[in-house]
Design a protein around this ligand. Structure first.
Ligand SMILES: [Zn+2]
Length: 214
């Protein structure tokens, strides 16, 4: 899932308008940032299963980034770090809760689309609704559209900045559709980790810059 997580970040911006969009989007992708970092450190793993051409789903072993307990813990860490660092726009008591909820939304969204590979705790039983490709993609695109709609309904950004964020959402949606329909199987997993981290970095940077009204 890619654009669905961006949608979660955009929706969070509607709830906490004075928190930075870059921060919120980074937090929405936090578990995947950790996953790909842990893959490069060989702490977690990803492999290409035999049915990749039909399902477009990698097989993951990701207890430290994507187990339920780990997700709850990382969400709390994100909220704590955000508050501790001064929390851009720490203007209402439940702002850290918005950060934690945004981080945890990642696990819920992954739970909808992933096969039963999300463990409750490292080594524990694993679950996932495993929504099949066309339905999973439709759900993800609808979530992204809802997130963007919510964002638009609350933002006070100028029109060019709204267009930039709309363009970003469309580009990431296109990338998601490509990823879910292409027949090319990813080769080297370390390469994929690097590309994924770079993609998330570019998405977060564009969101942060577009949100910075001068
Ligand atoms: Zn994930």
């Amino acid at each position: 899932m890619l654009v669905g997580h961006l949608g979660a970040g955009l929706a969070a911006k509607a709830v906490a308008p004075r928190a930075g969009l870059g921060t919120l989007v980074a937090v929405a992708f936090l578990l995947d940032i950790l996953l790909w970092l842990f893959v490069t450190l060989h702490l977690e793993g990803a492999s290409v299963p035999g049915d990749f051409a039909e399902r477009h789903q990698l097989a993951f072993s990701f207890p430290w980034s994507h187990s339920l307990v780990a997700a709850l813990l990382w969400s709390a860490v994100a909220a704590f770090l955000w508050s501790w660092s001064g929390g851009e726009g720490k203007y209402f008591a439940f702002a850290p809760a918005v950060i934690a909820a945004t981080a945890f939304s990642h696990w819920i969204l992954d739970f909808i689309t992933h096969d039963a590979d999300l463990p409750l705790w490292p080594g524990g039983p694993a679950y996932g609704l495993g929504l099949q490709p066309p339905a999973a993609l439709v759900v993800e695109l609808v979530l992204a559209a809802l997130g963007f709609g919510l964002f638009l309904s609350r933002t006070r950004l100028s029109t060019p900045r709204r267009i930039a964020i709309g363009g970003l959402t469309l580009a990431v949606a296109a990338l998601t559709i490509y990823g879910d329909t292409t027949d090319t199987t990813p080769g080297d997993i370390l390469n994929l980790a690097g590309i994924s981290l770079l993609t998330i970095f570019v998405i977060v940077t564009i969101a942060a810059v577009a949100d910075r009204e001068t």
